[in-house]
Write a protein that binds this ligand. Sequence first.
Ligand SMILES: CC(C)(COP(=O)(O)OP(=O)(O)OC[C@H]1O[C@@H](n2cnc3c(N)ncnc32)[C@H](O)[C@@H]1OP(=O)(O)O)[C@@H](O)C(=O)NCCC(=O)NCCS
Length: 160
Amino acid sequence: MKTSSVTVRFADRQDMDRIIEIERSWVHLSHWSLDAYRRLLNEGSLTTSLVAESEGLDPGARPSGRIVGFVIFHATESTAEIYNIAVERGHARLGVGSALMRSVIERARDDGSRKLTLEVRKSNTGAIRFYQAFGFAITGERPRYYSNPVEDAYLMERDL
Ligand SMILES: CC(C)(COP(=O)(O)OP(=O)(O)OC[C@H]1O[C@@H](n2cnc3c(N)ncnc32)[C@H](O)[C@@H]1OP(=O)(O)O)[C@@H](O)C(=O)NCCC(=O)NCCS
């Protein structure tokens, strides 16, 4: 689970504060409590939390090994679903999200999932473009799926 500048590894309890910090920096993301993240981390083999650590993406500015992104997904024998994915603002468009997505695809395939799904705010055009770059297509809509602010979701899917 490694690219030239980012390493992806399993998250552990000590990473939760950093995951929440990254998640909170994006106002439009659904915000989960520390307890919710801890529950997901301990849910067993179906839910997986991964973090991406930079390896000198910004040399001199910050130490290597800093968490710059995370993804949480749920995989069953038929379908895998991405619950949340986010990259630190200052590290967007550097391939961190791609490294996380490649790891999800690899692991979900290993788990036997045939399909990868997710929901995304209709207004989140950056994330939609990102998912489309990974072969996701819009396959449905979920009216008023999000709160704060209320907004519809697109359902996106790709085969694995
Ligand atoms: C969506 C997100 C995870 C993408 O991560 P990232 O590290 O910036 O993505 P990458 O650098 O790996 O981008 C890979 C490709 O996806 C596409 N892409 C990514 N972000 C994009 C954007 N804002 N606009 C258009 N295309 C985008 C591009 O094709 C990009 O390749 P390129 O940079 O060579 O053009 C990141 O922008 C993020 O954390 N957004 C806020 C949180 C969020 O909205 N999460 C989704 C919740 S459903």
